[in-house]
Design a protein around this ligand. Structure first.
Ligand SMILES: Nc1ncnc2c1ncn2[C@@H]1O[C@H](COP(=O)(O)OP(=O)(O)OP(=O)(O)O)[C@@H](O)[C@H]1O
Ligand SMILES: N[C@@H](CCO)C(=O)O
Length: 316
């Protein structure tokens, strides 16, 4: 299970006291997740989630806290950082940066339908419209330059078919680098997969795991989401779900001509991003008791996105 840092009850009681939320009733490590250690925490005054941040640059944590405050103020159901009675959000536990957040209701959806996808499209549009006038600046640590650098390193170890797929994808990223970064920007979730959204029935109740959030082209966030929410079992785009998600988004934030033009490319860029990060995770965590997602899913999707049959809804 993906609790990298186990905690004792004593450690937790000491850590939680300054929030003034009552005594610790119960706690439990969360098996899901691949990047951080998370715990469900039951206190007298309610249900919470404690995150120990295990990777990534800790100097960026104030960015995540501020972004979640902005989204919380915009009425979105997000895990914003609770403050101690002294007003402190970012603390340390077991030598790791630690944040306490509200536990959001709902469950992850494994097999989304069009209605789920409509809600995800609306959610993304709300995240973007809440931040596009004044995005909080953070460059992603897994952006285009990272893809080019890591891709070059990894391609030598791939089998011939995989290498033949990755090489042209990297060349395409190199060639369109400037055009991609010139697209309209806002703050992005950066990892809006099914396991980061909560639903009750078809009602979206929350969005979690903002540790890949950054400033960047909004179209990239859509490509990441569509690749996960709107793929069939083989990885091909499911056109009705993709149209549902994109149409709901466009009703709140219309797409530009440049976005419509770069859409098929952006779907491929988002495949490369997660293919590479999964390959790296599979190598780093090999043999460990850590949840590893299959890199091949994104190899297959990249193969299937060479032609994209779902255009971005855009009025020329
Ligand atoms: N605020 C919250 N409310 C309810 N459940 C939560 C909350 N935060 C985390 N969880 C639960 O913990 C699980 C792991 O959390 P999260 O996705 O943030 O971990 P991670 O290690 O950063 O994972 P990932 O692999 O997605 O990057 C989630 O799938 C969810 O079930
Ligand atoms: N959502 C990512 C893992 C966390 O970033 C994946 O499925 O590869």
């Amino acid at each position: 299970m993906s609790v990298f840092t186990p905690l004792t009850r004593d450690e937790l009681e000491t850590f939680l006291a300054p929030y003034g939320l009552g005594r610790l009733r119960d706690f439990q490590g969360i098996a899901a997740g691949t990047e951080n250690s998370n715990f469900f925490i039951s206190l007298e005054q309610g249900e919470y989630v404690l995150t120990l941040v295990e990777r990534g640059p800790t100097q960026d944590l104030p960015f995540f806290i501020e972004l979640l405050d902005v989204l919380h103020d915009a009425q979105l159901s997000v895990p914003y950082a609770l403050r101690t009675t002294d007003g402190i959000a970012l603390r340390t536990l077991a030598g790791k940066p630690a944040l306490l957040q509200p536990r959001l209701d709902g469950r992850h959806v494994q097999a989304p339908n069009n209605q789920h996808c409509v809600q995800v499209g609306e959610l993304l549009a709300h995240i973007h419209t809440a931040t596009l006038d004044a995005p909080l600046v953070r460059r992603t640590d897994r952006g285009l330059d990272w893809m080019l650098e890591e891709g070059e390193k990894l391609v030598a170890g791939l089998d011939a078919a995989a290498a033949e797929l990755l090489r042209p994808a990297l060349a395409e990223i190199q060639a369109h680098h400037a055009q991609i970064l010139a697209l309209p920007q806002a703050n992005l979730h950066g990892d809006l997969f099914r396991d980061n959204v909560m639903f009750e029935g078809t009602h979206l109740t929350g969005v979690i795991d903002f540790y890949n959030a950054c400033s960047g082209p909004m179209l990239y966030d859509l490509a990441i989401s569509v690749n996960d929410w709107c793929s069939d079992e083989q990885g091909a785009l499911d056109a009705p779900r993709a149209r549902a998600l994109l149409g709901a988004y466009a009703a709140l934030r219309p797409f530009t001509a440049a976005e419509a033009q770069l859409w098929p490319l952006m779907l491929r860029v988002a495949c490369v991003r997660f293919w590479l990060s999964r390959l790296i995770a599979a190598q780093s965590f090999a043999g460990m008791d850590v949840l590893i997602h299959d890199p091949k899913d994104f190899q297959d999707r990249l193969g299937l996105r060479q032609k994209v049959g779902v255009a971005l809804p855009f009025a020329f």
